[in-house]
Unconditional design. Structure first.
Length: 114
């Protein structure tokens, strides 16, 4: 039995914004543009899993560091979803996470418009 369930929805968007040093408004904008995983509201908040956080971090990286617009990000996320099994997708996102850890705050700036 695994210690952590990476699929369990436990984190609100505000906590994810803090983890990514992003603004909640920026993440809500991603949500409005259909760039975040679809979630049902639990109480008055939408909660996200650890695996969702990896995708949200990747989305934020594409928008803020690589300056890719919403349509481009949607296309990349669709390719990940449709062309990779879970194992390969997880490995890919782990590699991206390692690369993002090497970036400084100067490299990634919070974006308000994508």
């Amino acid at each position: 039995m695994a210690l952590l369930d990476n699929e369990k929805d436990i984190l609100p968007l505000s906590s994810i914004a803090e983890l990514l040093t992003a603004k909640v408004r920026t993440l809500k904008m991603y949500e409005e543009k259909g760039l975040l995983p679809l979630k049902k509201e639990q109480g008055n908040k939408k909660l996200y899993s650890i695996n969702d956080v990896k995708l949200i971090a990747f989305t934020h990286y594409l928008a803020s560091a690589k300056k890719i617009n919403a349509n481009g990000i949607k296309y990349i996320l669709e390719m990940l979803e449709n062309n990779m099994d879970e194992k390969n997708k997880t490995e890919f996102l782990d590699i991206v996470e390692q690369k993002m850890e090497g970036l400084s705050g100067v490299d990634i700036k919070d974006v308000e418009i994508i």
